[in-house]
Design a protein around this ligand. Structure first.
Ligand code: ADP
Length: 617
C-alpha cells in the first residue's frame, strides 16, 4: 500500500501551497497524528535552523537552501555584488545601482555624492532603504544630503530616475527563479511573473509621493487610485508577465536582449553566493528577483526576495501563483508514490497493511517482524500503536477524509528506527548537509518539451535523447541488488557532488524516492553526465545553459568559466545573425558527444532554443 506524500506548512501558510498540494492528493502534516519524521516537504517563510538541515532524512525536502542571506538581505547583496565587481570586473556586474551601506560607508557615499554634484549638477537622486525591512517599509528618496536621516542600518542606492514607464506609470518586474540545486548549480526561471505598478504617475518633482515612486503592492493597495481604472494599466496595480509581453510586442521592442539581460542578472547574482552555499540536495528554493527596466531598456536588479509573497490579492496573482507553485512541485519531482519513505519504514520490519487493526475476514495477516530497540521502547514491547489510533479525536478537522481506509493505513507508519536515521545521515566535509535522490519529472520534463517544442521532437523521440532529457532515476534502481552496479548508481540523482561511497552512506539501505516499474535510466547526453531538463511546466532551465557551463558546475563551480560563457552569449545576442560557434568548435563538441546540449531562452512567449537564436538568418 502506497503512502501519500505529506507536506508541512509553518504557521499554516501560504494558502496557495496548501491548496495546490491537497489538490494533488498530498496530505497535510499533523503532529498529533504523525511521527516527527513522517513528512516529505516542509515549507516555511522564514529560515530553517541548522539542525533542521542536519537532521533531514532522505525523503524530506525543505523550501530553502541554507545560507542564502548573502543575496536576500539588502546590505549583504550590495556587499557581495561589490566583491564580484572588484574580482571579475564591471563588464558583466553592472546591473545593480551603486549602493552604500550606512553608517559604515558614509565617507565613501559622501565623496560619491559630491563627485556627482560636481559632474552632473544637483540632478542625482538617491533612495534610502532599511537593510532588513521589506515591502517598501522605511524607504524614501532624496536629492539633497540634508534629507538623509536614518536611525538603523540602511543602504543608500543610486535612484534609477529614468525608468521605463507605461502611460506615465512606473513599474518593476517580479521574476521567480528556482534554484533546484547549488551543487551543481541548477537554475530555472518561471515564464510567468508579475509586473507591479505604482498607482500614481511618475513625477520627479515630488519625491515624497511613494505611490508614484515605489511599486510595492503592499504600499499601492492603500493608495487613493488603486481601484481606479488607470490609462493602459487598468485597475489595481499588477499585470501578469504575459500581458507585459503583449505590451512589448505592441511597442515593437526587441525583447530578446531584455530577457537575456534578466537571465544574466539572475545567474550572475546566484554566482555571487553559489560557491559558499553548503550543498543540501534535499532543498529547493524559490527566489523573487525584483527588476526595474529603465528607459533605455536596461534591466536593473533592485533586490532578491527570500520568500516571495504567495498571497492571492488579485486576478494577476491567481493567474500566476497557482501555476508557479504547481510547477515548483513538479520541479521537485515527487512521484505519486512516496516509495522512499514507505520502504524506509518497511525496513523496520513493518508492513503497512499488516498494521491495520482490522478483525474481519479480510484482516491482513500480521507478518513476523522483529521489533527494533527503538520501537520496543516506544511501544513498551507491544505492537506499535500509532498516534492516530490512540488519539482519533485529535484528527485534523480541516482536511476532508478522502479515501479513508488508505489514509488510515498510511498514517499507521511505524516510528523510524534511530539507527536507520543515523545510517541515512551523513556529512560531506563541512559543506554537504545531506543526500537526496535527485529528481526530475519524466512527464513534465520531456513530454511537455516535446509538445511545446516541435523543433525538438526528433531529438526527444530518440530514446537515448529522451532518456537524457528525463535525466534521473525512475524505478527501483536503488535496491540492494542494484546499488553496486557500475554506471547506474550515478544516474540516480543530481548528487554528483556527494560521492556516496566517500560519505560512508549505505545507499543500498535506503530505497530510491522514485518508485515505479522502469529500469535504471542512464543519462545519455554529454557522455552520461546528468543534464537537467530544459523545461518543467513553465519553468525554463537557465543554468547550465550549454555544455561548457555544465562542465563548469560539475565539481567546484568554476565561476570564471561561467562568466566567460555568459560574456560570449551576451556578445552574440548583441550581434544577431553572427555565427556563435566556429565550425571547428561544433565539430569538437560533436566528437565529444556533447552536441545535444542546449537551452531555451527564458522570456519570450515561445522560448526558442539558444542555439537557434544565434544561427545566421
Ligand atoms: P523592499 O524590500 O522594501 O520592497 P526594494 O528594494 O524592493 O525594497 O524597493 C522597493 C521599491 O522601491 C521597488 O519596488 C522600486 O519601485 C523602488 N526602488 C527601489 N530601489 C530603487 C532604485 N535604485 N531606483 C528606482 N527605484 C527603486
Amino acid at each position: 500500500m502506497a503512502a501519500s506524500l505529506v507536506f508541512r506548512l509553518h504557521d499554516r501558510g501560504p494558502e496557495v501551497v496548501r491548496d495546490v498540494l491537497l489538490e494533488r492528493g498530498w496530505e497535510e502534516y499533523d503532529q498529533e497524528e504523525r511521527e516527527a519524521e513522517d513528512w516529505n516537504l516542509y515549507w516555511r517563510g522564514s529560515a530553517f535552523h541548522n539542525s533542521e538541515y542536519h537532521n533531514l532524512l532522505p525523503w524530506q525536502r525543505l523550501n530553502h537552501h541554507p545560507k542564502t542571506v548573502g543575496i536576500t538581505r539588502k546590505d549583504c547583496l550590495a556587499r557581495n555584488l561589490r566583491r564580484m565587481r572588484a574580482t571579475f570586473g564591471s563588464a558583466l556586474y553592472d546591473f545593480s545601482p551603486t549602493a552604500f551601506i550606512l553608517p559604515n560607508d558614509y565617507t565613501r557615499f559622501l565623496s560619491e555624492y559630491n563627485r556627482l554634484r560636481v559632474t552632473r549638477g544637483p540632478a542625482a537622486y538617491w533612495i534610502c532603504k532599511p537593510v532588513d525591512l521589506s515591502r517598501g517599509r522605511g524607504i524614501f528618496i532624496f536629492e539633497d544630503i540634508k534629507d538623509l536621516v536614518y536611525d538603523c542600518p540602511v543602504i543608500v542606492q543610486r535612484y534609477i530616475s529614468e525608468p521605463l514607464l507605461i502611460s506615465g506609470y512606473k513599474f518593476d518586474l517580479r521574476i521567480y527563479a528556482c534554484v533546484k540545486s547549488f551543487h551543481p548549480l541548477t537554475v530555472y526561471i518561471h515564464q510567468e511573473g508579475l509586473v507591479r505598478f505604482a498607482t500614481e504617475k511618475y513625477d520627479l518633482s515630488f519625491l515624497r509621493n511613494l505611490y508614484a515612486h515605489l511599486t510595492n503592492t503592499s504600499i499601492n493597495k492603500f493608495g487613493p487610485f488603486y481601484k481606479a481604472p488607470k490609462e493602459r494599466v487598468g485597475q489595481g496595480c499588477k499585470w501578469t508577465m504575459s500581458k507585459f509581453r503583449h505590451f512589448l510586442h505592441s511597442q515593437d521592442i526587441n525583447e530578446l536582449l531584455l530577457w537575456q539581460g534578466i537571465n544574466n542578472i539572475v545567474t550572475l547574482t546566484l554566482l555571487a553566493i553559489a560557491p559558499s552555499v553548503p550543498s543540501c540536495p534535499n532543498c529547493v528554493e524559490l527566489f523573487g528577483f525584483d527588476i526595474l527596466v529603465d528607459a533605455a531598456l536596461k534591466p536593473w536588479l533592485l533586490e532578491v526576495n527570500y520568500s516571495p509573497a504567495l498571497t492571492l490579492d488579485c486576478q494577476a496573482d491567481i493567474a500566476v501563483k497557482r501555476g508557479l507553485v504547481g510547477d515548483l512541485i513538479d520541479l521537485m519531482n515527487y512521484t505519486l508514490v512516496d516509495g522512499l519513505r514507505e520502504r524506509a519504514y518497511r525496513r523496520q520490519g513493518f508492513c503497512l497493511r499488516a498494521n491495520r487493526p482490522s478483525h474481519g475476514p479480510t484482516a491482513p495477516v500480521l507478518p513476523k517482524f522483529k521489533e527494533t530497540k527503538c520501537q520496543k521502547q516506544r511501544c513498551g514491547g507491544r505492537l506499535p500503536l500509532l498516534k492516530t489510533l490512540r488519539q482519533p479525536e485529535k484528527r485534523n478537522q480541516r482536511q476532508p477524509r478522502r479515501h479513508a481506509s488508505v489514509a488510515d493505513s498510511q498514517r499507521r507508519l511505524p516510528p523510524v528506527d534511530s539507527t536507520q536515521i543515523r545510517a541515512a545521515k551523513h556529512t560531506h566535509g563541512d559543506t554537504t548537509l545531506n543526500l537526496i535522490f535527485g529528481p526530475c519529472s519524466r512527464t513534465n520534463a520531456s513530454v511537455v518539451s516535446r509538445r511545446m517544442y516541435p523543433a525538438l521532437a526528433p531529438r526527444l523521440t530518440d530514446s537515448r535523447s529522451l532518456r537524457g532529457s528525463e535525466v534521473t532515476n525512475h524505478g527501483d534502481t536503488e535496491t540492494e541488488a542494484d546499488a553496486g552496479r557500475p554506471g547506474e548508481a550515478g544516474a540516480s540523482s543530481s548528487t554528483r557532488d556527494t560521492p556516496h561511497g566517500a560519505l560512508g552512506f549505505r545507499r543500498s539501505k535506503l530505497p530510491n524516492i522514485h518508485s515505479g516499474t522502469h529500469g535504471p535510466v542512464r543519462t545519455t547526453a554529454l557522455k552520461g553526465r546528468h543534464v537537467p531538463p530544459l523545461r518543467v511546466g513553465d519553468f525554463i532551465r537557465t543554468f547550465p545553459f550549454n555544455a561548457a557551463t555544465l562542465r563548469a558546475s560539475l565539481q567546484d563551480l568554476d565561476v570564471k568559466m561561467v562568466l566567460r560563457e555568459l560574456h560570449k552569449l551576451t556578445a552574440q545576442m548583441a550581434t544577431p545573425g553572427e555565427r556563435w560557434r566556429r565550425e571547428e568548435e561544433v565539430e569538437e563538441e560533436e566528437t565529444d558527444g556533447e552536441v545535444d546540449f542546449d537551452a531555451l531562452l527564458w522570456g519570450p512567449k515561445d522560448p526558442p532554443l539558444l542555439s537557434q537564436c544565434f544561427k545566421p538568418t
